[in-house]
Ligand binder design. Structure first.
Ligand code: URA
Length: 232
């Protein structure tokens, strides 16, 4: 890339924070303690071990929030004194789709909170010059009715190019609700996802200000995959 005018986001109009913030299909988690942890992720001096521990913790919070209204069923169990007890379990199949590689940040949270749920992987590589994604891996099921609800997990909702491509793959065989989960979202990406699919809801910890010319979220936290895997 020779000059900034060649950069993929240069000259693209971006919606403001205020234009997107109140959308009915956007949930920004309001939790001040979580913001103190997110601040540590934003700080470039945070090392990879601390980054991973904090990112895993915050990913849990996002999954909790997105799933707080799931339908419940009960199964038989035993209480502390041996008496029978109804125990709550998810009533319907909630499947995950993780966008490689940064989406793996959500894997520990997903496994802990939804232990019986399948977590599929989508490999999407974004071209750094055009920001257009191409699919290099896809193990989503081909049969219908593989999930009642799908959680699409990717920590950074930036341009929305990857998320909308992932939604198209999910929509091959899923007509129900999709929840796009992120740690940090940009107004541009939220707008792209919400306009792309009328049954997708976005949940994130923070709605940041804008994308820079290269498509990075500002203030953001940098390349989430590199920060998590220590591959800067
Ligand atoms: N992907 C990232 O990891 N970070 C950004 O800011 C944008 C896309």
């Amino acid at each position: 890339m020779s000059s900034n005018s060649d950069a993929p986001m240069t000259g693209r109009a971006q919606p403001s924070h205020a234009e997107v913030a109140g959308h009915e299909r956007l949930t920004i988690i309001e939790n001040n303690l979580a913001l103190t942890l997110l601040a540590k992720l934003r700080d470039r001096r945070t090392d990879v071990a601390a980054f991973n521990a904090i990112a895993a913790e915050l990913a849990r919070l996002v999954v909790y929030e997105a799933c707080k209204d799931i339908a419940l069923a009960t199964k038989w169990g035993e209480g502390f004194d041996g008496s029978p007890l109804d125990l709550q379990i998810p009533a319907r199949v909630i499947a995950g789709v993780t966008v490689l590689r940064a989406g793996l940040i959500f894997e520990p949270a997903f496994r802990l909170l939804l232990p019986a749920s399948p977590l599929y992987q989508l490999g999407l590589r974004r071209n750094e010059e055009t920001l257009e994604p191409t699919i290099y891996a896809d193990n989503l099921p081909n049969e219908r009715s593989w999930a009642d609800r799908v959680l699409l997990v990717d920590p950074m909702l930036a341009t929305g190019g990857t998320a909308t491509a992932a939604i198209d793959v999910i929509r091959r065989n899923h007509s129900g609700r999709i929840d796009a989960l992120a740690l940090v979202a940009a107004p541009y990406g939220v707008r792209a996802v919400i306009d792309h699919d009328a049954n997708t809801h976005v949940t994130a910890l923070a709605l940041d200000d804008h994308l820079n010319d290269l498509g990075y979220i500002v203030p953001g936290l940098g390349d989430a995959g590199d920060r998590y895997f220590g591959t800067v």
